[in-house]
Design a protein around this ligand. Sequence first.
Ligand SMILES: [Cu+2]
Length: 151
Amino acid sequence: MKALLATAAVSVLLLAACGTAGGTGATTVNATSAPAVNPNARTVNATLTDSKILLDQSTVPSGKITFNVKNGGTMVHEVVVLKTDVAADKIAPNPDEPGKMSEDGSQGESGDLDPTQAKTFTLDLVPGNYVLICNQPAHYLLGMHTAFVVK
Ligand SMILES: [Cu+2]
């Protein structure tokens, strides 16, 4: 009776070992066949000067895109993300607020950044043409706009 129990226990252990080995093998195969993804592809670093919005990349794949925005200027700045087919330097003025532009198509924004301040925000963007602007009064007119493409 004792010998029978011992045999049964060994059989269970062997089965368990086989199950574990099979599972590990399957996981490894899945990981190897997954397409390589660049984790930085959807991270855009934006530096704001007092007259420009500088991006480290201006074309990114669609999906969740993280903007790391740094105010390198001497005044309060911001970044507003507009989805538009209008050229970056042809955004319409806001008739109600002199010096500011229309934010039609806005997908989101950083909010105000003090000089040296940095902020990160993430937007889920579909393919299309975008323009990034700073909409502090007159800043767009000083050149704070840039084209951005989501593919
Ligand atoms: Cu600005």
